[in-house]
Ligand binder design. Structure first.
Ligand SMILES: [Zn+2]
Length: 339
């Protein structure tokens, strides 16, 4: 029988045994935008057993230059990224098992993923979620691989529980998020390079090559060709609340209040109502009809047009306010319409 992984197995650190381990592994990919979709494609082709995919967004035309799983048709039909990704990945590797969450990756969900997987892969674009991933990783002893990409720059670092410092220990030295893909843009080669380095670390870990896992933080600029590795071993903080002697995992203790956040590079506010205030699509439809606002419903969400904003209400009650950049303005509009 033809062996689709022959070339990969011939690479001696992997071999037949490593390939078998990979086939029995589960990785959670948190965020299926640029980094997440590139990484999912690589791991699916490499023969990982199961992928857990989380993303809160749908496909848009402006994603296609760097997000390799998606098509113009997905953008036209505003297909949720996890659904489009699942369809594409299944066509690449039909034996791959996939579980999806079209949702904001909050602490409860990320803890669940950390318990169900052998590895967490960072496909996010914000510090808050990375802190949650870090704390869940340390608490549940599931490694995670940090990846960040802005402009032409890539940064990658694996964080293994009980080894070296964690992401939280490094916070004082990690460059702040002053530059985002919003202000600096981003090019596809930088995305693919970041995801490729993340996947190399993932494959080392999942095939039983722990000793080969990178111990320094990598920063590469694919435009200026600068490349640096930073030793971080000595930065472990004994008082770190995620990996130190006394652990409280601060990012996992979030309240049940309604939360609002400006999405990176999207001119969009996301609002996640607290558990007692969740709207259904039927509720939203009724309200829009009463206010005579134009609306459109798909299997995944309801879109409502107001003068100020294009609002998208998802099945789980989460909302996007497109065209807004001010959290207060979005909260006000939310309360006016659905309060
Ligand atoms: Zn730490």
């Amino acid at each position: 029988m033809e062996n689709r992984f022959e070339k990969q197995q011939n690479f001696y650190p992997i071999g037949i045994e490593g390939q078998r381990k990979l086939a029995n592994s589960t990785a959670a990919i948190i965020g299926c935008g640029a980094l997440g979709s590139a990484a999912a494609d690589t791991l699916a082709r490499a023969g990982i057993g199961k992928l857990l995919l989380v993303d809160r967004d749908y496909v848009e035309l402006s994603n296609l230059h760097r997000q390799p799983l998606y098509t113009e048709e997905d953008a036209r039909e505003m297909v949720p990224k996890v659904e489009a990704a699942k369809k594409r990945l299944k066509s690449v590797n039909s034996r791959l098992e996939i579980e999806t969450w079209m949702d904001h990756a909050d602490a409860a969900l990320i803890e669940q993923l950390a318990q169900k997987s052998d590895l967490l892969l960072d496909g996010t674009d914000n510090f808050e979620t990375r802190l949650v991933i870090n704390d869940a990783s340390m608490k549940h002893q599931t490694p995670w691989i940090y990846g960040a990409c802005v402009g032409s720059t890539s940064m990658v670092m694996p964080f293994l529980p009980e080894e070296g410092p964690c992401f939280r220990c490094l916070l004082p030295v990690i460059p702040s998020s002053a530059e985002t893909c919003d202000t600096a843009g981003v090019i596809a080669p930088a995305v693919h390079l970041t995801a490729a380095f993340q996947c190399a670390e993932a494959m080392k870990w999942l095939t039983g090559n722990e000793k080969a896992v990178r111990t320094e933080m990598l920063r590469v600029d694919s435009w200026t060709n600068e490349q640096h590795s930073f030793g971080i071993r000595k930065m472990k903080r004994p008082d770190c609340p995620a990996c130190g002697a006394k652990r409280t995992y601060p990012a996992l203790n979030q309240s049940e209040e309604t939360k609002a956040a400006l999405l990176c590079g999207r001119d969009t506010i996301q609002l996640t109502p607290g558990s007692g205030r969740k709207l259904t699509l039927d509720d939203g439809e009724k309200i829009a009809r009463k206010l005579e606002l134009p609306q459109k419903r798909t299997p995944y969400f309801l879109q409502i047009l107001t003068e100020e904003s294009r609002i998208v209400l998802f099945k789980n009650g989460r909302l996007f306010f497109h065209g807004l950049q001010d959290v207060k303005q979005a909260m006000k509009l939310y309360n006016q319409l659905f309060g």
